[in-house]
Ligand binder design. Structure first.
Ligand code: M6R
Length: 611
């Protein structure tokens, strides 16, 4: 959450920072701010989006400068207004700072500062840190760098920060603990940001900052230090793996629509080079050394949040069906605080698009500390989860910018199927079934295309439900997680209240909600067909409007519903990939018709780096 950019070089930093912030806006978009060095620190902030900040910079003539920092906020402490927007300045106006994360002991620090005559102006946790840096600097008469380091040693919580000091106008200091920061090394320029998207235009050479590290940039050099031990750390320079084109809208109205339409390609990318065609075997380089440990494990846990949790649930069903090993799926936010039974004979899979989700990262750290083997299934290359886990498989879906996750979900399910097949093959289990699944996996991209061709039809279905206030999504077996995912997509971008349930659970409560105003989406597959037909009848008997998404070609389904969306049939383990796509489109067209901000839905952020 929150996007940070810092720049030092030869260019006008305002241009670099505002462009960078607009690329990071998916991380938070309730307020934005910028500070540049030009005869002291010049700073502008505003509630609203980066475009509002841009307008303010023009109106108030922000001076040209080749060094500056910027921020786009997702509020934690304090409402989104101009005062609470970042950057935050100390009372002497010598320091200014942008921050992503939460300073958990900010009230203690605030009290300490107040006792020493320093009152904070904002409601944020962040301001406390900049005041503390300034207080230490003035009291102890030590350098900018040392003041930042000492202040950070007093902080409990998570931070990614970038700081400017008026007394040292040719320097930027950044530090990280728990919130991501990466910097790009250009030609006599450095750019530091929350992720690589603002960097790619300037350089492909990047360095990931690790926890408890601080970096100092001068005009032509940089060094990384340990915050605690104060020694120099030699960092590896990596290459950005994606192209600029992949993070542009390329003519689509929204990133979400672009990403939905990319799915036949992103799924193919997730499988590329991983199915050995002649043998029908699966090869996942990052898992090779872990296979025996997984098969010998007493407990397998999959942990994740949100959409990634839904993909995990499908993954657990597939592993249990094909490999016959019990798998538990845990919300990372619950797992980390529960007295879970985890030990050296546990394998923990962590599924995450961003690779930065704070709860998932904390769950991994907890499992590791208890001796478990950890495996990441991640999209963003070089992300914290990818680096924290013992082994891993990238899903290779390509950059996902839309806040509502779409192509990452279908790639996660694809890769979890590959993992299950790999394990089943290593165990010599369900050989025939597995061979059928491998054959069907190869057909996925073309079948996805057939669904995308129905976009117009799905849009016209959506047009009927613009005034709906609630939706119910029901599915059985493999389609139950799809029901959860369909409901999540709808509520997060259209703000229509929606719930996903196992279809048979409806009669245990949710049926009370059904009347002629309640659209109910049934995801119907072969297993349990007769049973789900009964559930459909129960909804019809109470006047509910039925929408069916199905791979089954049965005339009666048209009779029982207002709309039927057909998807091609395929092995049941990967059918959720196909049945989810119409639900993504339904949510998209409903949100669009309602005039909602599809790519930046209210209150949300793409990468949830706070607890
Ligand atoms: O990056 P992650 O996969 O770890 O993110 C997990 C959730 O925050 C994420 O899936 C969220 O639920 C999305 N907004 C869903 O569209």
């Amino acid at each position: 959450m929150c996007g940070i950019v810092g720049y030092i070089g030869k260019k006008n930093s305002k241009e670099v920072i505002l462009k960078g912030l607009s690329r990071l806006e998916y991380r938070g978009y309730d307020s934005a701010g910028i500070a540049v060095h030009s005869n002291g620190i010049n700073q502008l902030k505003t509630s609203g989006k980066v475009a509002d900040l841009d307008a303010k910079c023009i109106k108030e003539k922000l001076p040209k400068s080749s060094i500056g920092i910027g921020h786009t906020r997702w509020a934690t402490h304090g409402i989104p207004n101009d005062t609470n927007a970042h950057p935050h300045q100390d009372i002497t106006r010598n320091f200014t700072l942008v921050h992503n994360g939460i300073i958990e002991n900010y009230l203690t620090l605030k009290k300490y500062l107040a006792q020493n005559g320093i009152e904070c102006k904002s409601d944020t946790d962040t301001e406390v840190l900049v005041q503390l840096i300034s207080y230490i600097y003035n009291k102890d008469k030590i350098s900018f760098e040392e003041s930042v380091r000492y202040a950070l040693m007093k902080v409990v919580g998570a931070y990614g920060i970038v700081v400017l000091c008026g007394d040292e106008p040719d320097k930027i200091i950044a530090a990280r603990h728990g919130s991501p920061l990466v910097f790009g090394i250009g030609d006599s320029e450095f750019i530091i940001a929350s992720d690589t998207s603002p960097i790619i235009e300037f350089t492909r050479k990047i360095v990931y900052l690790d926890d408890a590290e601080l970096v100092v940039f001068t005009r032509d050099d940089y060094y990384v230090k340990s915050i605690l031990e104060n020694h120099i750390i030699l960092k590896t320079v990596n290459e950005i793996q994606f192209s600029l084109n992949q993070i542009e809208k390329n003519g689509y109205d929204h990133f979400m629509l672009k990403e939905i339409n990319e799915q036949s390609n992103s799924i193919a990318e997730s499988m590329r080079g991983r199915i050995i065609i002649d043998e029908g075997r699966i090869k996942l380089g990052g898992l090779q050394e872990a296979i025996q440990d997984i098969l010998n494990a007493k407990r397998i846990i999959i942990t994740a949040c949100g959409t990634s949790w839904h993909a995990s649930l499908i993954g657990s069903f597939v592993i249990e069906e094909l490999v016959r090993i019990p798998v538990n799926v845990e919300y990372a936010s619950e797992f980390r605080y529960r007295e879970t039974i985890v030990g050296p004979d546990t394998v923990l899979f962590a599924i995450s698009q961003s690779g930065e989700t704070a709860d998932t990262l904390a769950a991994i750290k907890k499992a590791k500390s208890l001796g478990a083997l950890t495996i990441g299934v991640v999209n963003v290359v070089g992300s914290s989860i990818a680096r924290e886990t013992d082994h891993g498989v990238y899903i290779h879906a390509g950059p996902e910018i839309g806040v509502a996750s779409t192509k990452a979900f279908t790639s996660q399910v694809t890769v979890l199927n590959l993992i299950a097949i790999l394990l089943a093959q290593a165990k010599d289990r369900n050989i025939k079934e597995v061979a059928n699944l491998v054959n069907d996996l190869k057909l996925l991209p073309e079948k996805v295309e057939l669904i995308l061709k129905q976009s117009k039809k799905i849009k016209s279905i959506a047009d009927n439900y613009i005034d709906a206030e609630n939706f119910l999504y029901l599915g059985r077996g493999y389609q139950f997680p799809v029901a959860l995912e369909g409901a999540l997509k709808l509520k997060e971008i259209s703000y229509i209240h929606a719930e996903g349930y196992p279809a048979a659970e409806m009669k245990h409560g949710p049926i009370a909600l059904i009347d002629e105003n309640m659209p109910v989406v049934f995801i119907v597959n072969e297993k349990g067909y007769e049973k789900i037909i009964s559930n459909i009848q129960e909804v019809r008997a109470r006047g509910g409007k039925v929408i069916i998404v199905t791979s089954i070609d049965q005339e009666e389904l048209h009779e029982y519903s207002s709309h039927v969306i057909h998807v091609p049939s395929i092995h049941q383990c990967i059918l959720p990939i196909l049945t989810t796509i119409p639900l993504q489109l339904l949510a998209y067209y409903l949100a669009k018709a309602k005039g909602c901000d599809v790519d930046q839905p209210r209150n949300l952020a793409k990468s949830v780096t706070v607890e």
